[in-house]
Design a protein around this ligand. Structure first.
Ligand SMILES: NC(=O)c1ccc[n+]([C@@H]2O[C@H](COP(=O)([O-])OP(=O)(O)OC[C@H]3O[C@@H](n4cnc5c(N)ncnc54)[C@H](O)[C@@H]3O)[C@@H](O)[C@H]2O)c1
Length: 441
């Protein structure tokens, strides 16, 4: 056994701030409110439903994760956020069309009480949104915007009487841009904020404000946001945890389940064609090639890191990997994702796998927002700061320290997460060696 980490208790209220209050954020809030009232179970959430084995298999110790580590309870959560549309969470949820109105009837008043604060927004970075009515004055500098966000955070904190805050980016995907010199160092970034440098995105202005206020930040979109040296530096300076990026749901979730399985059996792959149709606002934003590029980059890296073509050139050295997202309004939030996988086995004989996943994007993403909020709050109370690699499990493109490749295999990520919890609580790590049951001495 190791020494348990000192963890401050989860007393009082935890405010969960979501920049972006669209489909994912409102589905998350609705589910928590409904679960509080016993209308539904928090299906898909590890923090609420998963057990964790402690010690040997013979010991029979399998507590729920939420009973093992000190997490904020669902009743202790307060919700807030920002959006360029002024709709309250009820109206936004109805527009998003994920949930059946019957399922939000009993929580309508609570949802209506969650109103977004005016957003820092620029159509330079998100093109396909129109008719916004709730945006901060664009004439001010980026630094003024950050300060205005800090005031919002203060007001939220005192109005809701929260003890701690955590932020999960649920805003639209911003246009792709490679990091530039303004992102390389905190001092340069701060100068860039004052001069409204054109390469600084709205999501980075939020992240700056939140980290400055000591609020842990998880990034659910593929934007670089906190995945730049300046933010890593800021997180270290302020002692705040950061994590990202891009919630792992839908097709990539399937990919990171199937690819490790094929690789574990040393089956070869010639090609993997993935295409999707979806019709929600996220799909509309991703219809813009620049926003799609951010998504594409985040989705394409997954196979490369799992399959390790350098180690296995004959099996995975020449995989043709293509990812397509098509905006198709009639589908709404009900995404359909097809995967066509060309594999080969013994003596090179070809085989095919076809996957047709009729999923609901926001239904898969909502429990991730909850888990990330609770685990990031835990990380902060445990004194952790900087990149939280143990939460890679939740991301398509996990943020890691410079020079490291990310771990994308869902099952390794799961083991990593649980071993980190064991380690935090001073329990033995589970190595799956198994020999201890057969020792003769
Ligand atoms: N649903 C999933 O399975 C999934 C998976 C991975 C990543 N994501 C990402 O999560 C994000 C949210 O997805 P969604 O389906 O809720 O999309 P959505 O379009 O329904 O919601 C996004 C919200 O962000 C708002 N927004 C845009 N720019 C903003 C800004 N600068 N400040 C504050 N708010 C802003 C939009 O007005 C909108 O209400 C997207 O970036 C999406 O790519 C979603």
């Amino acid at each position: 056994m190791t020494q348990p980490t000192e963890i401050a208790p989860a007393t009082g209220k935890l405010g969960v701030l979501t920049p972006g209050m669209g489909a994912v954020a409102t589905t998350f809030i609705s589910g928590v409110l409904a679960a509080r009232k016993g209308y539904t179970e928090p299906t898909g959430s590890l923090t609420q439903m998963a057990h964790i084995r402690l010690g040997k298999r013979t010991e029979g110790r399998n507590p729920l994760i939420k009973d093992f580590v000190p997490l904020a309870g669902l009743d202790d959560l307060e919700f807030g956020g920002w959006d360029p549309y002024s709709d309250d969470a009820y109206a936004a949820a109805m527009k998003a069309g994920v949930l059946d109105p019957r399922h939000v009837e009993g929580i309508g008043d609570e949802l209506r009480a969650v109103r977004p604060m005016p957003a820092v927004f620029s159509s330079r970075w998100v093109k396909n949104l129109h008719g916004m009515d709730h945006v901060k004055d664009g004439g001010k500098s980026h630094m003024d915007m950050a300060e205005s966000l800090m005031e919002d955070i203060d007001v939220f904190r005192s109005e809701k009487q929260t003890d701690r805050l955590v932020a999960v980016w649920c805003g639209s995907t911003e246009a792709y841009e490679d990091p530039s010199e303004v992102h390389a160092e905190l001092s340069v970034f701060e100068k860039g904020l004052k001069e409204s440098h054109e390469a600084i995105t709205p999501s980075q202005i939020y992240a700056y404000a939140l980290l400055k206020m000591g609020v842990p930040f998880a990034n659910g979109a593929p934007n670089l946001t906190v995945d730049i040296p300046a933010m890593v530096e800021l997180a270290a300076q302020e002692g705040v945890p950061i994590v990202g990026k891009d919630f792992k749901t839908g097709q990539t979730l399937m990919k990171t389940m199937i690819a490790p399985g094929l690789k574990s059996r040393m089956l070869g792959i010639r090609g993997w064609f993935s295409t999707n149709i979806l019709g929600n606002r996220d799909g509309e934003v991703l219809d813009d090639p620049e926003s799609f590029r951010s998504k594409e980059v985040s989705k394409l890296g997954v196979l490369e890191h799992i399959l390790q073509p350098d180690l296995y050139p004959s099996l995975y050295g020449d995989v043709y990997h293509k990812v397509r997202i098509n905006y198709y309004p009639p589908k709404g939030d009900d995404k359909e994702g097809w995967d066509h996988i060309d594999i080969f086995g013994w003596m090179g004989y070809p085989m095919q796998i076809k996957v047709d996943f009729l999923c609901k994007d926001s239904i898969l993403a909502a429990p991730l927002v909850l888990d990330l909020a609770l685990f990031m709050d835990l990380a902060a109370r445990a004194g952790k700061s900087g990149i939280q690699e143990w939460l890679s499990f939740y991301f398509k493109s996990p943020q890691v320290a410079e020079g490291l490749y990310p771990e994308n295999d869902l099952f390794i990520q799961h083991t990593k997460l649980k071993n980190n919890l064991r380690h935090m609580m001073g329990e033995d790590l589970i190595t799956h060696l198994g020999t201890e049951y057969y020792d003769e001495s």
